[in-house]
Design a protein around this ligand. Structure first.
Ligand SMILES: NC(=O)c1ccc[n+]([C@@H]2O[C@H](COP(=O)([O-])OP(=O)(O)OC[C@H]3O[C@@H](n4cnc5c(N)ncnc54)[C@H](OP(=O)(O)O)[C@@H]3O)[C@@H](O)[C@H]2O)c1
Length: 310
């Protein structure tokens, strides 16, 4: 599979990033770990080399499941992104709090390294803007981790353009992870142009709008995971969303592709996006997703996808 440069770093990644939130065992329910691990390996076999996780996915559990999936694969042939910010305590019932202080960043990176069973993290991201720590302190910690060889590059997730601009005054941001899909395009307004101007690599989350953009729903489904309370998956709104997505079937079929492949392809061709992250539960899902690589949409087709989902 082809590789793309992650911003201005020397890290080369696949045009699809394997999303690991589903390994956490919380928001998406408890999924069979053998399926999750098999999917990690299947992705690698198919040429995917980029995996996105976070310490917060199941309070460290997601990182451990990913490490099990990657076990035995050559470390220099895959790229690991993980994140931190949501500090949890081991005492049951104690609430999480946001934390990007120097000492916590240094300490938590060590915990992620242990759970991921690796000597270094390729991409280390602040999971959210943290208002009670000055960004200069967080970036100092990131620089120390780089100097010590524990991380290769650092960046941010879910920061607004204004927050990224502030961050850039105090440190280096190589990667940004915003929410973006063709139903939710807010990032196009100011985060994407800023990232393009600054040479920041962009990996998008929610790329399939939690599965809505796969074209597999009828509008009758009910959910027992995080989608249970998501308005886009309820009643009339859900049906309208499904109707819009189903209109993509004609374009997809004309290209000999599925709707999910069409939608991911359009994300891959977005000039601001380095690699869309796709949340994966089973081997067949990553097999379906990689069908988005190695062909192209015309400008007219790209706009047909955008306009259908507008
Ligand atoms: N930085 C952040 O704050 C943040 C937030 C959220 C996510 N993320 C990252 O971004 C990744 C992607 O986002 P996401 O997982 O939330 O949502 P997503 O990629 O928009 O949607 C994931 C869902 O798409 C469906 N799917 C994937 N491949 C499929 C295929 N080939 N055929 C049919 N259905 C398929 C699955 O739905 P079913 O469940 O119906 O099988 C899966 O659960 C996450 O895994 C995580 O790594 C980051």
């Amino acid at each position: 599979m082809e590789r793309v440069q992650l911003g201005r770093t020397d890290i080369m990644v696949s045009p699809i990033c394997f999303g690991c939130w589903q390994m956490g065992g919380t928001y998406w329910g408890r999924l069979p770990e053998e399926d999750l691990e098999a999917a990690v390996r299947r992705g690698f076999e198919l040429g995917v080399n980029f995996y996105d996780t976070a310490d917060a996915y199941g309070n460290g559990h997601g990182e451990e499941v990913l490490a099990d999936g990657l076990d035995g694969l050559p470390r220099d042939q895959y790229v690991l992104a993980t994140k931190l910010c949501h500090h949890w305590l081991d005492e049951p019932g104690s609430p999480r709090y946001e934390d990007l202080t120097y000492d916590y960043v240094i300490w938590e990176c060590e915990q992620s390294l242990k759970r991921l069973r690796t000597d270094y993290i390729d991409v280390y991201l602040a999971h959210a803007w943290e208002p009670m720590t000055h960004p200069s302190e967080t970036f100092l910690a990131f620089e120390k981790l780089k100097k010590d060889g524990k991380i290769r590059c650092a960046g941010v997730s879910n920061w607004t353009a204004e927050q990224i601009r502030t961050g850039l005054r105090f440190g280096r941001i190589d990667v940004c992870q915003p929410c973006f899909n063709f139903f939710q395009r807010e990032a196009e307004k100011d985060v994407f142009p800023l990232c393009m101007a600054e040479g920041i690599g962009v990996m998008t989350w929610g790329s399939l709008r939690f599965g809505l953009l796969t074209g597999k729903y009828t509008g009758q489904e009910t959910f027992d995971d995080l989608r249970k309370t998501d308005p886009d998956f309820q009643g009339q709104k859900f049906k309208e969303n499904v109707e819009k997505v189903n209109k993509l079937k004609t374009i997809a079929e004309s290209k000999g592709k599925t709707v999910i492949q069409l939608v991911i392809r359009a994300m891959i061709q977005h000039p601001a996006i380095t690699t869309p992250i796709v949340g994966i539960k089973r081997p067949d899902q990553i097999e379906g997703a990689v069908g988005a690589v190695g062909w192209s949409l015309t400008q007219q087709e790209l706009y047909a996808v955008r306009d259908t989902l507008a």
